[in-house]
Every structure is written in structure tokens, then in C-alpha cells.
Design a protein around this ligand. Structure first.
Ligand code: SF4
Ligand code: SF4
Length: 375
């Protein structure tokens, strides 16, 4: 069952990738907040409160439908703590019914075997937990010791993909904890990633030497060629306190929908553009994706960087692929380009062949040749 669901997910992800290559007029990823309330209070977080009610189910379903009408391919439920929402499963079912990939970011505290089975039945595709340290402290209680039993339940019962994110940077007392968390995640068969925290004032600080060396060790654990770990140059720059030259397409390719139903660039740029989702159109998507963002050089929002990387690949496929291969070789001099990558490059990176094989792929994936523009 797990294997079948995994294969089905991969097929739908391939469709998502091909659609992202076909058109720049739909959101690749939208993060939506079903509840702002959280059952924790991490010291670095500005994305929660202790009092607000959940967004009513009917309102959530209408928002999911609007995102689907705009052509959104991945919808992530975040918070606050989304598992506090009493109708979480119905929301996930609607995301899947509308053809999007359903993902959930949670602190994991409320996970039980029954909760995990319910998420399976609802059709969840991916779940992500951030684990900030091994033992709880006054900055964060999202700790391996607190959550390890939940991770074992996930390994046993979850039919969806699980990613464990560990953190480095301001407020992290023991940088070596990131490696302990990453190794535990891999031992249980999960994907593991590492992120860099800003300080309590929201500012980015260059990583101290010990954190930098842990970051490098962590990246070397990742062996999959197309993992974002191999082209997350923005994280490397952040670690060194350097700016990154990139184009943020938030408001277009990435949307953040707050509990009030307004579209924002991201969790850290609320109020821009601040337009109700019900009134958001493809013109808004195109305009906001094109607009330069002054906050981009020191941005840490990795999911927005990742959507931008897909657009970089769409616009400059040869250069982007060459960059990925170069970075992989820099980490492992014995690395050789896999035959499948050579074949795909031959099929799709040549202008003449791309037309023929592209049409075949679009037809095999049952995608429309030219996606309609949502209104
Ligand atoms: S668990 Fe998540 S939403 Fe809640 S306070 Fe911590 S970081 Fe913020
Ligand atoms: S650059 Fe970063 S902080 Fe600024 S809008 Fe884009 S995602 Fe948000």
C-alpha cells in the first residue's frame, strides 16, 4: 500500500513539475492557515497566537476551491498548529479532490496512531515536522526526546511522505543536535532537511563556525541528485552573512493565505499585497510574480526559493542543470552524471527534440497542452 501510494505521489509530482514548466501563470505552491492558534510558543516564532478560533470548514473549503481554480498545484496547511483544527481531514480531502498535492506542517505533538491513520484516509501526501533540539529548552519544546515516540508511530503507520527539518542558527544552543535529529530521521526512513533560524529580532546572523561545519556535514548526508539541498545556495549565503541575487515570485508562484483569507507574499511579509483570495486573479499572479521584492537578498523562506528554482529551470534549463551537476561534483569528486539524466537532457534540452518528446509526455500525463488561464 505504502509503495503504491508513493508511486502515485511521484506521478502527480511529475505532473506538477511539467505544469510548472508549461506555464508561469498559476501558483506552484500555496500555504494556507486553517487556524492561527498554537499549543506551543517557540521563542523565535511570530506566526501564532493563543486565542484565535479555527477558520470555519465552509470558509476553508471555499478557499481551497479558489486556489484550485487558480491552478495551484501544491497546497500546504500550516499555522499556528493545523492539527488543532477539528475538520482537518475534510480540508485535506477537498485539496485532494481538487487535484492538488496536500501537505501539512505540524509540530507533531497531537499525533497518535489513530490520527496518523485518519490522515492516511484523508489522502495526505506529505507531512513536515521541525525538530529544533534533542532536549526541550526555553527556546523550543519541539524536541527529539518529546517527539521520538510520534516519529516511531509515523514510521509504522504513515502512508504519506514524512520530512523532518532540523535547525541551525540564532537560538540553537547545541548545533550538533541537528545531526542527531537528521540521523534519527534517516534511520526511520524519512527525508531530513536543515533550515537556518533568524534571531529573536527577525534578523539574520552569519552562522558561527561550529554551526557552519554542522551545516556542511548535514548537506553531505544528502545523496539524491535533485534534492534542493544541492542548490540551496541562498542557505550557504545566509550562513556566511551574504546577500543572494534571486527573483522572488511570491504573490504569483507562491501564495500565503492568512486566517482572514487575504493573500500575502509570505508569513514574514503580511499585508503585501493583502488582497482577498476570493478576488485574486491571474493578472494579480502575473503582476506580483514579476514585482521585485526589496526583502529578497536576505530572505530565508526556503519554500519560496524552491518555487523560484523551478522557474529558473523553466527559463534556463541548461544552465540550471549544469549548476546542479557542478555543485554535486564539488561535494563528491567521484560523482558521475547518471545515465537517466543524460537521456532526459538529450530528450528535452534540445529545441527540436523537446517539441516532439514534450508533446508525448504531456499526453502521457494527461495534461492540457496549453493550460487555461484562470480568471
Ligand atoms: S510550533 Fe510552530 S507555530 Fe507553534 S509556536 Fe512553534 S514554530 Fe510557531
Ligand atoms: S523575498 Fe522572502 S521575505 Fe520577501 S516576499 Fe519573497 S519570500 Fe517573502
Amino acid at each position: 500500500m505504502k509503495l503504491l501510494r508513493r508511486l502515485h505521489r511521484k506521478l502527480r509530482e511529475t505532473r506538477m513539475f511539467v505544469r510548472a514548466m508549461q506555464s508561469a501563470s498559476h501558483p506552484i505552491l500555496a500555504q494556507i492557515i486553517p487556524i492561527r492558534r498554537c499549543n506551543l510558543d517557540c521563542a523565535y516564532c511570530n506566526e501564532f497566537d493563543k486565542t484565535s478560533a479555527e477558520v470555519p470548514l465552509e470558509t476553508m473549503l471555499r478557499r481551497i476551491d479558489r486556489l484550485a481554480d487558480l491552478g495551484t498545484t501544491i497546497i500546504t496547511l500550516s499555522g499556528g498548529e493545523p492539527t488543532l483544527h477539528p475538520d482537518l481531514d475534510a480540508i485535506i480531502r477537498r485539496i485532494r479532490a481538487r487535484g492538488a498535492i496536500a501537505t501539512l506542517i505540524t509540530n507533531g505533538l497531537l499525533l497518535t496512531p489513530d490520527r496518523i491513520r485518519a490522515l492516511n484516509r484523508a489522502g495526505l501526501d506529505y507531512l513536515q515536522i521541525s525538530i529544533d533540539n534533542v532536549a526541550p529548552d526555553d527556546v523550543s519544546k519541539k524536541s527529539l526526546r518529546v517527539l521520538d515516540r510520534k516519529l516511531e508511530w509515523l514510521a509504522r503507520y504513515a502512508e504519506f511522505g514524512v520530512t523532518i527539518n532540523s535547525v541551525l542558527g540564532a537560538g540553537v544552543r547545541n548545533p550538533g543536535d541537528a545531526i542527531v535529529v537528521g540521523e534519527r530521521a534517516r534511520q526511520l526512513g524519512f527525508t531530513s532537511t536543515v533550515g537556518i533560524l533568524h534571531d529573536p529580532g527577525g534578523q539574520l546572523q552569519p552562522l558561527a563556525a561550529e554551526h557552519r561545519s554542522v551545516y556542511e556535514r548535514f548537506r553531505r548526508l544528502e545523496t539524491a541528485l535533485f534534492s534542493f539541498a544541492h542548490f540551496d545556495h541562498f542557505q550557504e549565503n545566509i550562513g556566511r552573512g551574504l546577500a543572494t541575487d534571486w527573483h522572488c515570485r511570491a504573490g504569483g508562484r507562491f501564495l500565503y493565505i492568512c486566517e482572514d483569507g487575504l493573500v500575502h507574499y509570505c508569513s514574514q511579509q503580511r499585508g503585501r499585497p493583502g488582497i482577498p483570495l476570493d478576488e485574486y486573479t491571474v493578472d494579480d499572479i502575473r503582476r506580483e510574480a514579476a514585482r521585485p521584492k526589496g526583502c529578497a537578498p536576505f530572505c530565508t523562506i526556503s519554500c519560496v526559493h524552491q518555487t523560484a528554482m523551478l522557474d529558473e529551470f523553466r527559463e534556463h534549463p541548461r544552465e540550471t542543470l549544469a549548476g546542479i551537476l557542478d555543485r554535486r561534483r564539488a561535494m563528491d569528486p567521484r560523482f558521475r552524471t547518471p545515465a537517466t539524466v543524460k537521456l532526459l537532457s538529450w530528450l528535452f534540452l534540445d529545441q527540436r527534440r523537446r517539441g516532439v518528446f514534450g508533446k508525448m509526455m504531456i499526453s502521457a500525463l494527461r495534461l492540457k497542452r496549453k493550460p487555461e488561464s484562470p480568471s
